[in-house]
Write a new protein. Sequence first.
Length: 367
Amino acid sequence: MLSHTLFKFGPYDVCLWNLIILTVIVTVSIAARRLIHKSLKRMLLRQNISVEGRRTTLLRLLSQSIYIFTAYGFVYSFSFNNQDVSFEKILEHNLIQSKYITVSFSHIIGIIIVFFLARVLLNFVKLYISRNLKTRKDLDASAQFVYIQIAKYIIYIFAFVICLQILNIKLTVLLTGSAALLVGIGLGLQDVFKDVFSGFVLLFEGNVRIGDILEIYNTGDKEPVVAKIIKINVRTTQIETRNGNVLIIPNNKLTQEYVENWSHGSPLSRFIIEVSVAYGSNTELVKDLMKTAALGHPKVHKNHEVIVRMKNFGDNGLEMEVLFWAEQNWDVNTFKSDIRFEIDRLFREHKVTIPFPQRDVRMKSEG
């Protein structure tokens, strides 16, 4: 029963015994790979040798080399119930054969090797980028991420082209036959390309970085959105608002809309708090109280003059405002609220009235 033929695999018969042997070979290979990896890692650690970076990649290569023997064991497992077993015959066996394309086991193995080497090369590129860009202060984690993404796309595109050559598919013929499809895809993805291009502009110009606090206008809201940059990807940017909400916005929003970066330039900015007082109030007292409330807050810079001025004669009272300088802080609304509370306390203490909205209604008598 174990030697009964179940199906054909290329030129060879496959029985249950072959499947059992194959299962054992694969299981032993996986266990051996893990054992080799752990043993090599333990040996390096005993010698006080770091296993980070390049050595990690080399460890993986050495441990995964066991799969070469797995492939040979897989092939020669057919010798149990077949004659003249050879690795070459299996490699030459065609899995797919048509007038357009022919795919054999040798093609499959070649493609696997190409993408395996591409992955190894990408790991070394990641190590090189992360090590060399750490010393550059003008490039943050987002810029490193984009460099790695660009390298990944380039490496895998080259790997894809090599795979086409392995399959004897000419790239020019493929592009010519799919020209109309590519044009349609390009038109459909033009917004995506716009976002990707904007992402490169943001990262390479360095106008926006992780941790920057931005004030974004024209976002559809009545007021601009103040948010902190969490992560800049190739196509989108993650921002966190003051409410703790994480938003994902297209990169072209940051290049096409009006954006004020609080983290660039001077760390100080001038803020305004408006308040109304009743007509007939002592304006000099109001001026002193508002200035005292502002200067009493620790976040207000004392080296810059605090100005109190009358903005207008309003419908219900005198419209006053206090102007002060403070750092463009993430919690600016919090300390502005603290100053408003202090103004209200001082006004009540000195009998200064904040007027209610008033409306005069006149009744016209008939007759």
